[in-house]
Design a protein around this ligand. Structure first.
Ligand code: SF4
Length: 69
């Protein structure tokens, strides 16, 4: 497990946005820790068509903080 910081995919609203919010994503938000080998879809409109897959510790300037469930 690795710490996830603001600006990184694990805390971004677009991380895993293309599917139903899983318990895993909620746990990352509440604990701010994640398995860095986890891969999920980025649903950002500029990445979704490319089916970009990212890890919780990836990031980009399209970061939007996820709302706490
Ligand atoms: S790649 Fe950018 S937009 Fe996509 S989940 Fe990560 S921080 Fe968010």
């Amino acid at each position: 497990m690795q710490a996830v910081h603001s600006g990184q995919c694990g805390l971004c609203t677009h991380f895993g946005e293309t599917h139903t919010k899983s318990d895993m994503l909620v746990t990352i938000l509440s604990s701010m820790k994640a398995d860095e080998s986890l891969l999920d879809d980025c649903g950002h409109p500029r990445h979704a068509a490319l089916h970009l897959k990212v890890t919780p510790i990836s990031g980009c300037d399209g970061f939007v903080p996820a709302a706490q469930a």
